[in-house]
Design a protein around this ligand. Sequence first.
Ligand code: 13P
Ligand code: SF4
Length: 302
Amino acid sequence: MDTIIKRIEQLKREKEVAILAHYYTDERIQALADYVGDSYYLSKIATEIPQKAILFCGVTFMGESAKLLNPEKTIIMPDSNADCPMAHMADIDEIKAVREKYKDIAVVCYVNSTAEIKAHSDVCVTSANALKIVKALPNKNIYFIPDANLGRYIANMIPEKNFVLSNGFCHVHTSIKKENVQKAKELYPEALVLAHPECTWDVLEMADYIGSTSGIIDYTVKSDAEIFIICTEMGILYELELKNPVKKFYSVGHRQFCPHMKRITPEQLLEQLETPSNIVELNEEMHNNANKALERMMVMSK
Ligand code: 13P
Ligand code: SF4
């Protein structure tokens, strides 16, 4: 493994490729990456770095978003089959039908969505900026796609707007049950519960803090608490423990493991650095339409 790591480091320097990774990737990938973060940070950093090529260690929608925001850059995916099922859980005909029904509706699309779905949306959001963006929209009616759980959470925080929710969900976060959290609280009564907004409402009701993966990490750094119950994918534990060497973290549920993010291996990174083949391509029409919603997110989240 040491030789693979050395070769990856050498090639990324020689070929001037930046490695970006999400917190849910395997810890070997996070350790190799130049930039690790949540979906919003990764989209933003992709536009700021000087490198013209990015090896994006994340799922398809993340690579597509990086390409939409940086059409001139080469975006390479380590595994072209690492795809988030929720990204496909919105229906174009349904979007058209909702637009017909509510004339002033804003279609707000969680970044965990395909470029095609983004192309039919008015603005994108991530879990880090959804609240700020939806609050600032002039529309009273909001169609939030595809994640019903994030949508419900945001709707609850903005009671003055009328939300129509779709029925997408993340199978990793919805498998965290209220009973798992209750059990963890019995074991560690002094622990704070930190949850990602993709969790179901009954889990979110038990949380002391709700936020994106970066939000959860920042919270633990600033908090005086020593023990935390973590309701999100377990890859985040790597950064939590790096940033807080003496604090304790307990991941609830039964091995909260995103099989899509975890497909990515150091061997694939090496292969794609040697001979890139999984290059993100979007046709011009798709690019122009999907880009608007994403660019609007970048402007509104400043
Ligand atoms: P974050 O944007 O909070 O990192 O979440 C991405 C994701 O896929 C959550 O399941
Ligand atoms: Fe998709 Fe859930 Fe995996 Fe995030 S954790 S990439 S939402 S399946």
